[in-house]
Design a binder for this molecule. Structure first.
Ligand code: ZN
Length: 492
């Protein structure tokens, strides 16, 4: 078969003051892949699909890969340019059998609340009804009517942290091949759970719910089950948690199971959300622990959800309470990195650090530091359960030490996924009393094995996981939990 694959992936925080421009995207164009086939590594779905094409003897046309660290709406002409590049590649690819798309599902641009629906429907227009369109989505997605109408198959990650990107890519690929071979006829149904929230799957009832979805996939006629958690900071009409079931030509079964599992998930409300502590409480709890390292996640400043990632609230607390040794990663401050790169390792450096990007970032800190380590264009790995790590660029990166606190400072915004953010610079993560990753939950996969304790912290910041604080305009919260405890009526 002839496969066509593209990735266009960012999670839009519609409340962010910073629009997503072209230079926010890490771009790899069709001609880049042709000129340097090694560019395929570290790209998640695309990497996996390319390996499967090689193993199974399918032809692959690689189109654009575009990923941007979450920010505000994509500038309209940038969205349209990248979208049209994928469409132009598709037109020039000749006859294709399957279109594989790595999309987020909560991407918004100026004038487009539903970029994925727009892109998928234009691809359908281009290829006609016979070609299979198969889409892998982040679980923080918003399903739309357009996506459901024009895609044949959609599968979300099941795990938060997203350690199963490659697992789902394999499933999607295999189902797409079987669909094109007419062995199966995917039929999708969606159930609106009417909930807005953040639901980690690393333990508790969400862990069990993921297993329940997996168990149903073994049921006769059921091809795939996904829970789209939704992205709370994407203020669009389709926002919220939705349960998607794909069956083999069994519309009634799909609808029934989507409703059954959707209501089962709704029944878990209040038990599946983050239990995040305010800054003072979280940090005091960490200090009281006799063990190390205690990992305190600065959820409110996670760039992966569109936060600026230069907030100083947690670092200021660590300095004020003379907590050492401690580490904070990753703080975005390109000017400070430039100074550190110029000064070199071992240099003493007085800096005005962080607190520059937004009102939520707090005030900058004036610090005397030592440049402990430097890396040009540092690549940070997000380990996956199987297959290659997903790799993200932090740009030039410096580790500055101030009063026993190591601060990893980057020149590109990027989330802290793993303790290798320290070990890559020759620093032993186990030596720290407290480590503060700027991450909501993705840190969990790689930090849990080394953490004595993990504490979720809702410090002041752009995206503290407190739904009632989000100033929604387009989402009808009156119809959704936690604003409404019975949006499904007595059945809920
Ligand atoms: Zn996500």
């Amino acid at each position: 078969m002839h496969m066509f694959a593209a990735a266009f992936n960012t999670e839009t925080n519609t409340f962010s003051p910073f629009p997503t421009g072209e230079r926010h995207f890490r771009l790899c164009h069709r001609e880049d892949f042709l000129a340097d086939p090694a560019r395929i590594h570290g790209l998640g779905c695309l990497t996996t699909w390319q390996q499967l094409c090689l193993e199974q003897g399918h032809q692959l046309t690689l189109s654009l890969s575009a990923f941007a660290e979450p920010s505000g709406r994509i500038v309209r002409r940038v969205y349209e340019k990248l979208r049209d590049e994928i469409l132009a590649d598709l037109r020039s690819a000749g006859n294709v059998d399957v279109v594989l798309l790595d999309l987020h599902g909560a991407m918004a641009a100026e004038g487009y609340d539903d970029c994925e629906g727009d892109l998928i429907s234009r691809i359908r227009q281009c290829v006609g009804p016979a070609v299979v369109i198969a889409v892998e989505l982040d679980l923080h997605c918003h399903f739309s009517a357009a996506m459901l109408e024009h895609a044949d198959l959609m599968i979300c990650y099941k795990e938060y942290p997203h350690i199963d990107i490659n697992d789902r890519a394999v499933e999607l690929f295999n189902l797409a091949v079987r669909t094109r071979a007419r062995e199966i006829r995917p039929t999708m149904a969606l159930f609106d759970c009417k909930m807005i929230g953040m639901y980690p799957t690393s333990g508790g009832p969400m862990h069990d719910f993921v297993q329940r979805m997996v168990d149903h996939e073994a049921q006769e006629g059921v091809l795939s089950v996904s829970l789209g958690h939704g992205f709370p900071w994407g203020d669009v009409a389709d926002a919220g948690s939705q349960l998607l079931v794909v069956t083999d030509d069994a519309a009634e079964l799909a609808a029934e199971l989507a409703r059954e599992l959707g209501l089962a998930f709704f029944a878990l409300r209040g038990t599946v959300e983050f239990a995040s502590l305010p800054l003072e409480e979280a940090m005091s709890k960490a200090l009281a622990s006799p063990h190390r390292p205690v990992v305190v996640a600065d959820q409110a400043d996670n760039p992966g959800g569109g936060a600026p990632s230069d907030s100083t609230h947690a670092l200021r607390w660590l300095l004020a309470h003379k907590v050492a040794p401690a580490a904070v990663a990753v703080l975005y401050d390109p000017e400070v990195v430039k100074l550190a790169m110029t000064a070199g390792e071992g240099a003493r450096l007085r800096v005005r650090l962080g607190g520059k990007m937004s009102a939520e970032s707090g005030d900058p800190l004036d610090l005397t530091t030592v440049v402990v380590a430097l890396a040009g264009n540092h690549q940070h790995c997000f380990p996956q359960r199987q297959g290659e790590d997903y790799v993200f660029s932090l740009g030039d990166t410096a580790v500055l030490r101030c009063e026993g606190i190591d601060i990893v400072v980057s020149s590109e915004r990027g989330q802290c996924f793993s303790p290798c953010i320290l070990s890559d610079f020759g620093l032993d993560p186990l030596r720290y009393k407290v480590i503060v990753p700027k991450s909501t939950q993705h840190f969990h996969g790689a930090f849990a094995p080394i953490a004595a304790e993990i504490i979720y912290m809702a410090a002041p910041g752009a995206i503290a996981p407190i739904m009632q604080q989000i100033p929604f305009v387009r989402v009808d919260t009156a119809d959704k939990y936690p604003w409404n405890d019975s949006p499904h009526g007595p059945l809920g």
